[in-house]
Unconditional design. Structure first.
Length: 375
């Protein structure tokens, strides 16, 4: 039972955490502790996602699941390529819902859910799951699964309502945490292209040396790095079958702060759902990093245009002319952008949006190559 006192304390704690600028993994761990005081669980998993595609990009496991990675790839196969299921994260988001309980959603017939029947029940013995989607207008930033065993009560409506009520603050903290880790110059570059080929049985049959090095970069205590590969592979199979409108991809950030992009495409072309799939892993281009940073700051479309112009070194008059607005309007946009990004000048904005996230890996310094001249 959710008590008003415990719920109020947890909401306050989560709100404070969401504004503290904690790195993503630390924010997830601290938030999980606050949630646990109100909605008990024995195991769980926070996963960040690419807001543009809702594909998994990182994982932080909780409780009894911590360090148990042997079922990760099977989970990704079911989540991103399994039978249609209203409790898949993309289905929850599409329906405009935030938190669902599997026992409540199935009337207690949890075996109707492929994930529960083939994975959760037989491998772990968990009998109920609450799933939460953390989204805003930019897309889904993260998901959470928390689980209970046979000796526990199922998740009730009050608990699901509490999870829904704290989702906006958790979304804010996740967006902030994604940007809190700075890129490091000493990160190792791969020796060559990163290419992986997965066969019809979802086995990795070929991988370049660069791919092995990228997988090592993606390795963390939280998950098997092949989880991310399987997610985009399953998405590619759905694209080939006409079930997805575009090729799957995900942007993820490694422990050393490097932004990577994972792409997958069916080698057999459209209609070949069971064929081989090629996966490529590469460093994100500047615009791909800028896009996700702008989304994390919750910038409007016009504010993103202003940021893009600032990054190109345009002054206020040039920005106003290109956008067909007055210089005063540009200044209003800049004030809003500064507030959202937590900066006070254009130079700080450039550093916050671009250099903190990307340039250290490119080996450049602010203004060193003349790319940015504005101050």
């Amino acid at each position: 039972m959710v008590t008003a006192l415990a719920a109020g304390r947890a909401r306050s704690d989560i709100d404070v955490l969401s504004r503290a600028g904690l790195p993503l993994a630390e924010f997830m761990a601290e938030s999980a502790t606050a949630l646990l005081a109100v909605v008990p669980f024995i195991a769980g998993c926070f996963s960040s996602t690419d807001p543009a595609t809702s594909m998994i990009s990182s994982t932080h496991k909780l409780g009894d699941l911590y360090g148990k990675n042997e079922a990760d790839v099977d989970w990704a196969r079911i989540e991103y390529g399994g039978e249609p299921d209203p409790t898949h994260y993309d289905a929850i988001a599409s329906a405009g819902r935030v938190a669902v309980g599997i026992h409540a959603s199935t009337g207690g017939q949890i075996e109707r859910i492929e994930r529960m029947a083939d994975l959760v029940l037989p491998r772990f013995g968990y009998v109920d799951e609450a799933r939460v989607v953390f989204a805003d207008r930019a897309g889904v930033w993260a998901t959470m699964s928390i689980l209970r065993g046979s000796d526990d009560a199922v998740f009730d409506a009050q608990e699901l309502e509490f999870l829904s009520s704290v989702a906006p603050a958790l979304t804010r903290g996740i967006r902030t945490g994604l940007l809190s880790q700075l890129a490091r110059r000493e990160a190792v570059r791969p020796s060559g292209p990163a290419v992986i080929i997965v066969d019809a049985s979802d086995r990795v049959v070929q991988a370049s040396p660069g791919a092995q090095e990228r997988l090592a970069q993606l390795s963390a205590p939280g998950a098997d790095p092949l989880t991310y590969i399987q997610a985009v592979v399953s998405g590619a199979r759905r694209f080939a079958a006409g079930d997805l409108p575009r090729m799957p991809r995900t942007r993820t950030r490694t422990a050393d702060g490097v932004w990577l992009v994972l792409h997958a495409a069916p080698l057999g072309g459209l209609g070949d759902r069971a064929g081989d799939v090629v996966v490529t892993i590469e460093e994100a281009r500047p615009q791909e990093v800028i896009d996700i940073v702008a989304a994390a700051f919750a910038l409007t479309t016009r504010e993103r245009e202003v940021v893009g112009a600032v990054l190109r070194g345009a002054d206020t008059k040039e920005i106003a002319a290109s956008m067909h607005v007055s210089p005063y309007t540009v200044q209003d946009h800049l004030k809003s952008i500064f507030d959202k990004a937590g900066v006070t000048s254009r130079r700080e904005l450039v550093s916050r949006v671009y250099f903190d996230q990307y340039i250290p890996r490119a080996g450049s310094d602010l203004g060193a190559d003349g790319w940015y001249a504005g101050a």
